[in-house]
Design a protein around this ligand. Structure first.
Ligand code: PEP
Ligand code: MG
Length: 583
């Protein structure tokens, strides 16, 4: 049994067979054959090795010609393995005696070599050799497979995915009936894949570090998305313990229902509003089921999942109408305009050119303002749908005053067009901006004059304030919503909305974290928007608090100097306030 620690991003536990996806998204195969097929499989392996060896010889030659013999020698070493008689004998023996396919045999033998190399310590040159072995395996597997197939499509049996990384679009297309959980070597707490795992209610752990190269796909694994653990080949006491946690999990799955219809109101009668963040129209049913009062953030960029072209106006419109129908035309629905780019579907954009720093590049509203047909198409659809419900429009990643003014100008033009075309639309739609870039928080006093509401996106606000990539596990320790600099910016925003009497919501992952609720309430925030699954718990916490206590907590927290001090203080307060709920 091996245990790895990572970052817990989506709660719950799962036990099941591993499906391993390496850095190239290649699936580590597991297939058995009948005894009659063994000679055929052995022939396949010989053919694949011969082709792979010939290809490697060519690569060796061309690299030697271009870069010198020294570099070509790397591929000479690959060939040595491909032609090594004991390697081939091991493969044949596995196929014959364990009746596994050629692909499985290659994967098992090479991954055993990798494991042995890695067990010899952290010697850099050995690590490189391990990477070479994986490269050789890839070449043989490609030969065996022929063309590559999408390993996540048409899964027959339920699996737990262990991957180098999962892109937001890969995560978005996971079928939660077939994927019990996932764990990735890379990723951060507020990466979009993590947010999607929550939306899909798939237990997940990210940032576990290098593990998959030493696995061969025959493992049984446990993912504990609550504690942030990945357990490979658990022993039987561990399996038993987790089976009972699973039973408990299933038993309590609907415990939250008791809070659903209660009002989000503090003990001293202060009304708080709770909204849900959604990514897909299909999630809309969860909004009311979980007791949210509407949609505080609809991330429309997920309309791009599984597509090769831009959604049409009609497709946008139908998606928004289905949310309105499901959530109800009397509940607020905040539709955020496309936040494409950075880690969200950059390669699907027709105008995409690779950027050195995509998170600081042509992302989000900047992209829309440079690609007006795409932007206008979406604005038209939102304005049309807004006639049928309490729809509001929100612009993401606004970093200057000029940007929000440009958005308003385009919106006015689009209204004009619709009017001239005689198409019915909502004329006085409420508009808002996300505050998720430090410059927007600093300029909140000015921005507040331009819009009807603000929504603080703490995921990006933390990322950009602390210069810490939200998707990078190597800096996950620096990514902290309680850093005094972040709280200082939130305070600026709260002051601006009070002065200008506009609405304020907080919609980053911070708003669904029970530990932060007392602090945020104490700072004056009265509207929260969180993943639907988090709503009942947040409501429960709100109902146990009173405002004077939260104000005292906020006052003390805001005097502290480091994120660690503030988090420890909040934890101590939590233990005092809710001694029964300390987990
Ligand atoms: C945020 O940045 O906090 C936010 C809500 O937007 P997203 O997570 O979609 O970037
Ligand atoms: Mg954001």
């Amino acid at each position: 049994m091996e245990l790895y620690r990572g970052i817990p991003v989506s709660p719950g536990v799962a036990i099941g067979p591993a499906l391993i996806l390496d850095a190239a998204g290649m699936r580590i195969p597991q297939r058995r054959i009948t005894p009659q097929m063994t000679e055929e499989e052995i022939l396949r392996i010989h053919q694949a090795l011969a082709v792979a060896s010939a290809q490697t010889r060519e690569t060796q030659q061309s690299i030697s010609d271009r870069l010198g013999k020294h570099y070509g020698a790397i591929f000479a070493a690959h060939r040595l393995l491909l032609e090594d008689t004991s390697f081939i004998a091991e493969l044949e023996s596995l196929i014959r005696h364990e009746t596994v396919s050629a692909e499985t045999a290659v994967s098992r033998v090479i991954r055993d070599y990798v494991k042995t190399l890695e067990s010899l310590g952290s010697d850099q040159s050995l690590a490189l050799r391990a990477a070479d072995l994986v490269d050789v395996e890839k070449r043989i597997q490609q030969e065996l497979h022929g063309e590559t197939i999408d390993p996540l499509k048409n899964l027959e049996d339920p699996v737990i995915i262990l991957a180098n990384d999962l892109s937001p679009s890969e995560t978005a297309s996971l079928d939660s009936k077939k994927v019990f959980a996932f764990a990735t070597e890379h990723g951060g707490k507020t990466s979009h894949s993590a947010i999607l795992a929550n939306a899909l209610q798939i237990p997940a752990v990210v940032g576990i570090g290098p593990v998959i190269n030493s696995l061969n796909g025959s493992e049984i694994v446990i993912v504990d998305g609550t504690q942030g653990l990945l357990i490979i080949n658990p022993d039987s006491p561990t399996i038993q313990r987790y089976r009972s946690i699973l039973r408990e999990q299933q038993h309590h799955a609907y415990r939250w229902i008791e809070h659903r219809d209660l009002l989000a109101q503090t003990r001293d009668g202060v009304r708080v509003e709770l909204f849900a963040n959604i990514e897909f129209p299909q999630e809309s049913s969860q909004v009311t089921i979980r007791g949210a009062e509407g949609v505080g953030l609809y991330r429309t960029e997920f309309l791009y999942v599984g597509r090769t072209c831009d959604p049409t106006e009609e497709e946008h419109y139908q998606a928004y109408m289905s949310v309105i129908r499901e959530v109800g035309n009397d509940r607020p629905i905040v539709i955020r305009t496309l936040d494409l780019g950075a880690d969200k579907f950059p390669h699907m954009l027709r105008t995409y050119t690779p950027e050195k720093n995509p998170a600081l590049g042509l992302r989000s509203v900047r992209f829309c303002l440079r690609n007006l047909p795409i932007f206008r198409t979406q604005l038209r659809a939102i304005l049309r749908a807004a006639l049928h419900g309490k729809v509001q429009m929100m612009f993401p990643m606004i970093s200057t005053l000029l940007e929000i003014r440009q958005c308003k100008m385009i919106l006015a033009e689009v209204c004009e067009d619709l009017h001239e075309e005689g198409i019915p639309f909502k004329k006085d739609i409420r508009i808002g901006t996300m505050i998720e870039v430090p410059s927007a928080a600093i300029m909140a006093d000015h921005l507040a004059r331009e819009v009807d509401f603000f929504s603080i996106g703490t995921n990006d606000l933390v990322q950009y304030t602390l210069a810490t990539d939200r998707t990078n596990e190597m800096v996950a320790n620096l990514f902290s919503a309680t850093d005094p600099s972040v709280l200082y910016l939130i305070e600026l925003v709260v002051q601006a909305v009070k002065k200008h009497q506009i609405e304020l919501t907080i919609c980053g992952e911070m708003s669904g974290e029970p530990l932060y609720i007392p602090l945020l309430l104490g700072m004056g925030i009265r509207r929260f928007s969180a993943t639907p699954a988090k709503i009942p718990e947040v409501k429960k916490i709100i109902r146990l608090l009173d405002i004077p206590t939260t104000e005292q907590i906020a006052q003390t927290a805001l005097r502290l100097e480091t994120a660690r001090d503030i988090t420890s203080f909040l934890n101590r307060q939590w233990r005092q306030l809710f001694p029964d709920q300390v987990d």
